[in-house]
Design a binder for this molecule. Sequence first.
Ligand code: NAP
Ligand code: F7E
Length: 339
Amino acid sequence: MMKRALITGIRGQDGAYLAQLLLEKGYDVYGADRRSSEAGFWRLRELGLEKQVKIIYMDLLEHTNVVDIIKKIQPDEVYNLAAQSFVKTSFEQPIFTAEVDAIGVLRILEALRYYRQEARFYQASTSEMFGKVQSMPQDEQTNFHPRSPYSIAKLFGHWVTINYRESYGMFCCSGILFNHESPLRGFEFVTRKITRSVAGIRHGREDRLVLGNLDAKRDWGYAPEYVYAMWLMLQHERPDDYVIATGETHSVREFTERAFDAAGIRIQWEGEGPESKGRDRKTGRVLVEVSPDFYRPAEVDILRGNPEKAIKVLGWEPKTRFDTLVQLMVEHDIRSLKP
Ligand code: NAP
Ligand code: F7E
């Protein structure tokens, strides 16, 4: 029989790639959307999947709605990808973020406990939970020190997922995923903001790129490989938690430099902190500036994950390395912004 999967956050980056993977594997895919005034699903459309995913309305804030959907669909696998996922916004909307990213997880788990206990459940946890890192690199044993309302809410989601596994024997997995990017990444996240702007500058449509903290470092991987890890977790005989990462770390400054390189523009840096500037080596024109508007009240300075457990137990492997990732995102944006 065809397996039935329910993906929350179907409108997001990971929702689209996971839907693609599950459809290829022959699943019946239900995509939960909270409904917005924006018609259509641009990411599903970009992957040619708009007609293949069955869209249903489900807002994680609405308990009866969540219960109703679980009762009706009776999914075999549930992937909870829905979240207010932008860290900066979580400082401005901490309560909303906690409602969705923390209590929202519990709403799904409660619905499953009552109406579909045999379903396998994936929770989208995050490297942001490591925050002010306690050791390098971070793995499943590393202590958490979250630095934003987002990561604090996600920490609740992580622990409640483990708790439902331990309390009720439910098949619940938490994937601690490090940053993963792609041409479907939201435009407010730093990688996409950079690649989009670099493409705009290359086509003469934009003047300059304004960023926040250039010295923040992240472990950036390629999103399609990360959704594959989610699926692997739910296929394993035992539910568990896994770190998914590349094991490399790079700064926002390096990402920016590589992105301009990929567009054939060499950047020369000058100054420090908010005074930093990036100039075109050839023309001397300022192409990158810093504005404290993009700083966060508390920053996560550096993240680097150790995916050994996922490699050994799941047979997962990070394939796309930093340079290739930057290159493919820039090339995509240059193509798509072409006049
Ligand atoms: P994304 O693009 O921001 O997608 C999240 C989706 O959740 C959005 O489509 C959003 O709907 C939906 N959503 C927000 N509030 C909701 C609510 N109340 N009810 C139902 N749906 C709601 O995020 P992503 O990058 O695909 O990430 C997927 C998940 O992994 C998220 O939980 C994120 O926190 C987590 N994560 C991401 C990364 C990463 O690097 N990408 C790393 C670790 C963990 P709208 O489109 O209507 O806003
Ligand atoms: O920031 C710095 C910023 O917004 C990365 C989410 O998917 O990954 C993501 O969270 C770094 C931070 O991602 C700008 O201060 C500098 O240090 O791309 P980001 P994030 O906060 O790491 C994790 C794993 C998730 O779980 C989240 O859902 O870049 N930075 N200048 C900037 N960031 C942004 N957005 N914009 C800037 O102009």
